[in-house]
Design a binder for this molecule. Structure first.
Ligand SMILES: *Cc1c(COP(=O)(O)O)cnc(C)c1O
Length: 491
């Protein structure tokens, strides 16, 4: 069924806007600047409002309901973040303005750098990267340049645990590192025997996620870091999900060399349709000179009467600029607001509640669902989405059936080391009642899988789009951004 687009509704000559009379003399635009054939839909204001309101209601969002998408941290995005980011003092500025005229913006970026340094225990932070994966690219560029500068040209091997997010091997491979997968041990930690075997003079580094994507804290973190450092490698920390660590453990304190944050996960800036993202990168003292150019810094110290002058500073051995201007400033405002609102105690409270909520759900569901790594979890946990005695039911069926109960499905089929994985991250912002309703739905679905499996196979039943043909969607991509009329012309 093809959804009607706003172009289908168009009637020639219908109008939605009346422009005010111009208060300057009319003049015509230079030739070539107006696209004569530009096809725009012609509708009334009400039609436009109804069209967009109706499609917005077909979407699922954190503002509508529970969104336990593991690894993605779909926590509530406080509205005060939006209010602050819309202050005219921010929206009416431009990155080309002289630094003296945008001291407020620079102060905010400088402060956010300082806050992230303090939260994670590092010496410096760049706010440039546009997302987590972009932060990883910055980290791997730094690892690459660090070894090169030391004449250590043999170091081409990057170790990546088999539970890692797919962006880790992708970022390493982009720079030409040889990606070697590191097995997990039966407790879900990095296998130390395998790690030792792979740590030699060819080692560039390890990309390490802790808590890992099984939602487990690697208890050997200090040993892992020590083994890599003794072999001359660097440890990259994937800090996309810092929820469980806020105010509890600082990755820099246990020897991690580089770490990226996802402001759009841990620090409540919008994502999943609302972005853009932001993936600041922190480094330890020995890597400060390699950070992207420029950083925001104090260029003139203040005194009792004068505030310091903020401006740009240029790391000596920088990997270069990796983003236009200073990254996604709108997201820096939101994260700064979030951290400022919470304060030190508030951040720790986030971590404690995120971990508590995940363990609460884990305990309610384990037994009915198989918990492959059976120990207390951090901010998320992974279940198996199948039962040996219930043929033909897959994690996907459970995920789709959850939509009938008005829940966003958990992440599924990731991490890869759990068969039919269902990865559940409730986040700290949900109430006990919501967690209970979700657990009830999961338990009911487990019962339905046995008594009426068709309910699962045919799900979802009430969504605007039912089950998609995922194979066709992947193999037969149609990128459509043309007005329908233009597409037809091309047929
Ligand atoms: C989300 C995530 C990433 C990638 O972040 P993006 O902003 O989506 O590029 C990397 N690692 C982990 C563990 C993640 O959860």
């Amino acid at each position: 069924m093809a959804e009607s687009t706003i172009f289908d509704l168009s009637i020639a000559g219908r109008k939605g806007v009346t422009f005010p009379e111009p208060d300057v003399p009319a003049t015509s635009l230079p030739k070539g600047f107006v696209r004569e054939k530009l096809q725009l839909p012609e509708l009334s204001e009400m039609q436009v409002v109804r069209h967009f309101t109706s499609i917005s209601q077909k979407n699922y969002a954190i503002d509508l309901g529970f969104y336990p998408l593991g690894s993605c941290t779909m926590k509530y995005n406080p509205k005060i973040n939006e209010a602050v980011s819309r202050l005219p003092g921010f929206t009416a500025t431009h990155p080309h303005m002289p630094v003296e005229s945008v001291q407020g913006n620079l102060y905010l970026m400088y402060s956010l750098q300082e806050m992230l340094k303090e939260i994670a225990g590092f010496a410096a932070v760049t706010l440039q990267p546009a997302a987590g994966a972009h932060g990883e690219l910055v980290g791997t560029l730094i690892i690459h340049k660090y070894h090169k500068d030391r004449g250590d040209h043999k170091r081409t091997r990057m170790l990546i645990p088999d539970s890692a997010h797919g962006t880790n091997p992708a970022s390493s491979a982009m720079l030409g590192f040889e990606v070697v997968s590191l097995p997990s041990d039966p407790r879900g930690n990095v296998d130390l025997v395998a790690l030792r075997e792979l740590c030699d003079e060819n080692l560039a580094g390890l990309m390490f996620t802790n808590p890992n994507t099984l939602g487990l804290f690697d208890e050997n973190v200090c040993e892992v870091v020590k083994i890599v450092h003794e072999a001359g490698g660097l440890v990259y920390g994937d800090g996309a999900n810092m929820n469980a660590l806020l105010g509890v453990l600082r990755p820099g304190d246990v020897g991690i060399d580089i770490l990226h944050f996802n402001l759009h996960k841990t620090f409540s800036t919008p994502h999943g349709g609302g972005g853009p993202g932001s993936g600041p990168v922190a480094v330890a003292k020995h890597l400060v000179d390699y950070l992207p150019d420029p950083l925001v810094g104090i260029v003139e110290e203040g005194d009792e009467e004068n505030a310091p002058l903020y401006g740009f500073i240029h790391p000596a051995k920088s990997i270069g600029r990796i983003k236009s201007f200073n990254g996604h400033f709108g997201m820096h405002i939101r994260a700064f607001t979030y951290i400022s609102m919470l304060g030190k105690e508030g951040l720790r409270d986030v971590a404690e509640k995120a971990v508590l909520n995940a363990n609460y759900l884990q305990q309610k569901l384990k037994g009915t669902y198989t918990l492959p790594y059976d120990r207390p979890c951090m901010h998320e946990f992974v279940l198996e989405g199948f039962w040996k005695d219930v043929p033909g039911i897959h994690a996907l069926d459970i995920a789709k059936r959850l939509m009938d109960y008005n829940f966003h499905p958990p992440t599924n089929y990731f991490p890869l080391i759990v068969h039919e994985a269902l990865m559940i991250e409730p986040t700290e912002t949900e109430t006990k009642e919501t967690l209970d309703r979700f657990a009830d739905a999961m338990l009911k679905i487990a019962e339905e899988a046995r008594t009426n499996p068709a309910l699962l196979h045919d799900a979802p039943h009430n969504t605007p789009v039912r089950r998609c043909d995922e194979l066709k969607a992947a193999k037969d991509l149609i990128f459509c951004c043309y007005p329908v009329g233009e597409l037809d012309e091309n047929k």
